[in-house]
Design a protein around this ligand. Structure first.
Ligand code: PLP
Length: 378
């Protein structure tokens, strides 16, 4: 670091250059993030110094967090004081880690606990295994890429403490059979965490009704991420438990803060993302999100029919706004899409297919341009 600082203008020009090297979302079909809503950005900048790690200093922001939790509760059929049952995390990874940590802490009587989840689970669960030493057991998928229930049951033993189901898998956007997982969990007194990091802001706004949240009796916790389809700013995550007691299992004594206990994984925690999530959820309302989801699903149908016209099939019929295209030599096509045309797409692991996430920044024109470029390569 230099001894003498540089001027504001100089800093701003360095930042501008750095920003110009970043990718704008215009040709990004690989990300679950998007441009946040304008009101979320405005709220974010107004609360930039608020630290939810020390909420006694920020009672106003803390109040907004409670309101957001109530809104999560109403989206996810949680009728038991949701404002006391969760908090806004620093993204889906923290939510998933904390959900498992709470299970482990509640079952200290089990020496080498394990949790069974689909092999489609997000890699955040591998991090919790690494951190806590808990064993993560991966169940295989059926031919629609939902978790195979026989495989789940076969992996359960005396040390199993919980199950995980996904409401919107990262690679395919598939929804696991949460009601059946719930029956298994209730029979054996297991926890059941549902990872709705992606689906949490989609499923409540779809025409089709799915049963994946707290209305399903065995569901004990859920991840929901406002910084993905919620159009809030990064890093807005959410974690909700069925009962307030589950949060107690996460509490650590905090001797020198304005509060004497803390349940979050991170210490300092963004109040800006609380304000931005509050602002965008209040501003859009269900109606606003419904139209965002409608638009994404409409574009998803467009891309599927355009791909079919090129002779390309999807791996599964898309359930939400994620499409996996069965393109021969998918890795080569992905590279050419980027090198020749600047499109960012990703690849699913099994089967290897071209994965597209149709976020709100994708419009009709983008789809047409993309399909035209894809046609040149297949
Ligand atoms: N869970 C699911 C289903 C996801 O798709 C993702 C990210 O894509 C995560 C969890 C992790 O979220 P984050 O990247 O915000 O930590």
């Amino acid at each position: 670091m230099e001894e003498t600082g540089i001027s504001r203008e100089h800093i701003l020009s360095i930042l501008k250059n750095a920003k110009s090297e970043d990718t704008s979302y215009d040709r990004v079909l690989s990300s679950m993030c998007t441009y946040p809503h304008e009101i979320a950005v405005l709220a974010h900048t107004q609360f930039i110094e608020a630290n939810m790690g020390d909420p006694g200093l920020f009672p106003g922001t803390y109040g907004l967090e409670k309101e957001v939790l109530k809104m999560f509760g109403s989206l996810l059929h949680h009728n038991n004081s949701p404002e006391k049952c969760g908090y806004l995390t620093t993204g889906g990874t923290e939510s998933n880690i904390q959900a498992i940590r709470s299970m482990v802490n509640a079952r200290r009587d089990i020496n080498h606990p394990n949790v069974v989840m689909p092999e489609s689970a997000h890699f955040s669960f591998d991090k919790v295994a690494d951190l806590s030493g808990i064993e993560i057991r991966k169940a295989s998928l059926d031919n629609t890429l939902k978790v195979d229930l026989n495989s789940v049951v076969s992996l359960i033993d005396d040390n199993t403490i919980g199950l995980v189901g996904i409401a919107g898998t990262t690679e395919f956007g598939q929804i696991d059979p949460i009601e059946s997982l719930s029956e298994i969990a209730l029979d054996r007194d297991f926890f059941l965490h549902v990872d709705g990091a992606f689906g949490g802001f989609i499923l409540p706004f779809m025409d089709m009704e799915y049963h994946y949240d707290f209305e399903v009796e065995g569901v004990t916790s859920m991840t929901i991420d406002p910084h993905k389809m919620g159009l809030s700013t990064i890093p807005s995550g959410g974690l909700l438990f069925r009962e307030p007691e589950y949060l107690d299992d996460l509490e650590i004594h905090t001797p020198y803060l304005s509060i004497n206990k803390q349940y979050s994984l991170t210490g300092t925690r963004s109040g800006a993302s609380v304000a931005s999530t509050y602002a965008v959820m209040k501003h859009l309302g269900r109606e606003g999100y419904r139209s965002v989801v409608d638009q994404c699903m409409e574009q998803t149908r467009e891309i599927v029919s355009g791909a079919k016209a090129l002779g390309i099939e999807t791996v599964i019929d898309p359930v939400m706004n994620i499409v996996a295209l069965n393109v021969p030599q998918a890795d080569d096509v992905r590279k050419k899409l980027l090198d020749d045309f600047g499109w960012h797409v990703s690849i699913t692991r099994n089967p290897r297919a071209l994965r597209l996430v149709i976020m709100p920044h994708i419009d009709n024109n983008t789809i047409e341009l993309f399909l035209a470029d894809l046609e040149k390569l297949v």
